[in-house]
Design a protein around this ligand. Sequence first.
Ligand SMILES: Nc1ncnc2c1ncn2[C@@H]1O[C@H](COP(=O)(O)OP(=O)(O)OP(=O)(O)O)[C@@H](O)[C@H]1O
Length: 319
Amino acid sequence: MGDGNSRGISGGNNNSNSNRPEWLQQYDLIGKIGEGTYGLVFLAKIKSNRSKSIAIKKFKQSKDGDGVSPTAIREIMLLREINHENVVKLVNVHINHVDMSLYLAFDYAEHDLYEIIRHHRDKVNQAINPYTVKALLWQLLNGLNYLHSNWIIHRDLKPSNILVMGEGEEQGVVKIADFGLARIYQAPLKPLSENGVVVTIWYRAPELLLGAKHYTSAVVGCIFAELLTLKPLFQGQEVKATPNPFQLDQLDKIFRVLGHPTQEKWPTLVNLPHWHSDLQHIQGHKYDSTGLYSVVHLSPKSPAYDLLSKMLEYVALSF
Ligand SMILES: Nc1ncnc2c1ncn2[C@@H]1O[C@H](COP(=O)(O)OP(=O)(O)OP(=O)(O)O)[C@@H](O)[C@H]1O
């Protein structure tokens, strides 16, 4: 692998073997494969078993340079407890004592839903086979069911965090990844946005946009629709740097498809923090739904539409 990537992972300026941390010597580094908000991800092979590919996530140093970041600690604590075929497997944790940088080694998954969607949209210009959509969705729900049964909520589900195994024994198996924002919840639920706003806005449910503190599973409906149409269902323009979760354009996109949020459909709507303060525009506008089924090109009588529309129903949670 090239100098840049070696420097990236060893944290030093000299990439000779002797200057590499000892733990790194068990791997052959192939190259950088991803970069997120919190980490850089590298592909590596295990020297003793070159058929095994590993993804090594190097956490970016916390802003204050104050040792290991809380995101990293949270991700490790959760991942150490998790063991499910549809959740990414943490195989090792390494620490570089020189700069206290932290590395997580995962089983490598060659694909993710973002890339699969983009491939079908831009390269082959063809919908994903409905049986494949069904298999992907079932596995995603299976993994989520496991997490939720163990009181874990992911909070950052999006196509790029849903990995799919490439060639090998587990080919086609979905692996939910990136637990940096995940939380363990207990009854009574703690407000989930207390440390700032989470979830990319395209997958943010309307009750969150309106200031509710708890999450529903509508995010899976957004991902399901995107697998069917190859584009985000609600692609709102984000207004950056707002201290609260309210995003007018995102709500506008949702209401255009799902219809006007009436008191009848959503009785607790008027209690949500932003309903009165920020929504004059939406309250004065009558949204005529174009019909979700026409947006996702499904027959309104199909089981797929039945499932999708239930995932995307306005839900009256009590707060
Ligand atoms: N096990 C893996 N196998 C293959 N690729 C992976 C693996 N884990 C992560 N990646 C790739 O690296 C990218 C970034 O990883 P990850 O999402 O964990 O980092 P992050 O900094 O927490 O990202 P985000 O900004 O989405 O929160 C992923 O979108 C994916 O493309």
